[in-house]
Ligand binder design. Structure first.
Ligand SMILES: C[S@@+](CC[C@H](N)C(=O)[O-])C[C@H]1O[C@@H](n2cnc3c(N)ncnc32)[C@H](O)[C@@H]1O
Length: 303
């Protein structure tokens, strides 16, 4: 005789499938909260990522999870929900041509500006910074390209909607494999090697970490809690997840936060083609705000 073998709850739940109606509910919820437009081919991904949340909360169906998210009691779960849906792929020196351009063209332009204005100030926003590799690469590039760096006032705002990646970004700790392709002189100068229990990890040096402020900012928020005009915005591999009207609105808002002649970087498969006349294309995915296109009134003063 064989008795029935009770399956562990997690196994039962891992078989829960998502219905068309449930998937549509999550599509609408994620769009409303983040701007991310989940296409049908993301269905399996959503099912597996949210399935983990169902198991963590011991909920029997996606519908119950949705109801929980809509309930007052589930408001803290919204953060886990958003963190589970975002795609955070990133790398140090990702799309290296951007950092070559920053070093060779932009730093020279900013140095020339000192002659005109007497100001040695640079403000950069890494919007959708994921786990920090992008803003750290920006900071290292600037630190390395500007000789009398201590005479400059350089600040980088690094933001993301996902609190989990932001926590990691702020720590600046990475497994050594993640930095394997960084040139040795840069690695030795700007990273600390872990020892003992931290062997196998590196940490970005304090002189680089101190240049960056990490903050949770959802690009869908209006207004943003930001009161600075920027010399450059990196928003790479973020708008690819948004629909066209959301992209267009975001670019208008970025333009209002950029100084005249400031730069905008998009990801390799993103473009402003047919979307905005406020920017000129300089090189593939590198844009410059057209002079005189912005309003003199800061965007934060009009809210
Ligand atoms: C693929 S990563 C890109 C990281 C980095 N910019 C790069 O190119 O390597 C996209 C990031 O955008 C963030 N994101 C998605 N929607 C967002 C929103 N509405 N507001 C802020 N960040 C968002 C995600 O959490 C994710 O970390």
């Amino acid at each position: 005789m064989y008795g029935t073998i009770a399956r562990p709850a997690s196994q039962v739940l891992s078989e829960v499938t998502i219905t068309d109606q449930e998937f549509r509910l999550f599509q609408n919820l994620i769009k409303a909260h983040t701007g991310i437009a989940l296409s049908e081919h993301k269905r399996n991904l959503v099912c597996s990522r949210l399935g983990k949340r169902l198991r963590a909360l011991s909920l029997p169906s996606f519908r119950k999870y949705y109801d929980y998210l809509r309930d007052e009691a589930g408001q803290t779960e919204l953060e886990h929900f958003v963190n589970a849906i975002t795609t955070n792929k990133t790398d140090f020196y990702r799309e290296k041509a951007h950092f070559d351009f920053l070093e060779q063209e932009m730093v020279s332009a900013w140095k020339a500006r000192v002659v005109r204005t007497g100001k040695r100030q640079i403000r950069i926003w890494s919007a959708g910074c994921s786990s920090g590799e992008e803003p750290y690469t920006i900071a290292i590039t600037l630190r390395n390209a500007i000789e009398n760096f201590s005479a400059w006032d350089v600040r980088i705002l690094a933001s993301d909607i996902d609190t989990e990646v932001l926590d990691r970004a702020a720590q600046g700790v990475y497994p050594t494999e993640r930095v394997a392709d960084i040139p040795k002189p840069i690695l030795e100068r700007y990273f600390l090697r872990g020892t003992g229990s931290r062997a196998g990890f590196v940490q970005v040096a304090p002189e680089i970490r101190d240049l960056i402020t990490f903050r949770q900012i959802n690009l869908q928020w209006d207004p943003w809690p930001v009161r600075t005009f920027f010399d450059c915005i990196f928003c790479r591999n973020v708008i690819i997840y948004f629909d066209k009207p959301t992209q267009r609105r975001l670019m208008e808002r970025f333009a209002a936060y950029l100084k005249d002649d400031a730069y905008l970087f998009l990801g390799h498969s993103e473009s402003l083609y047919g979307m905005s006349d406020e920017f000129t294309l300089l090189r593939n995915t590198i844009y410059r705000k057209r002079e005189g296109k912005g309003s003199a009134t800061p965007p934060w003063a009009t809210k």
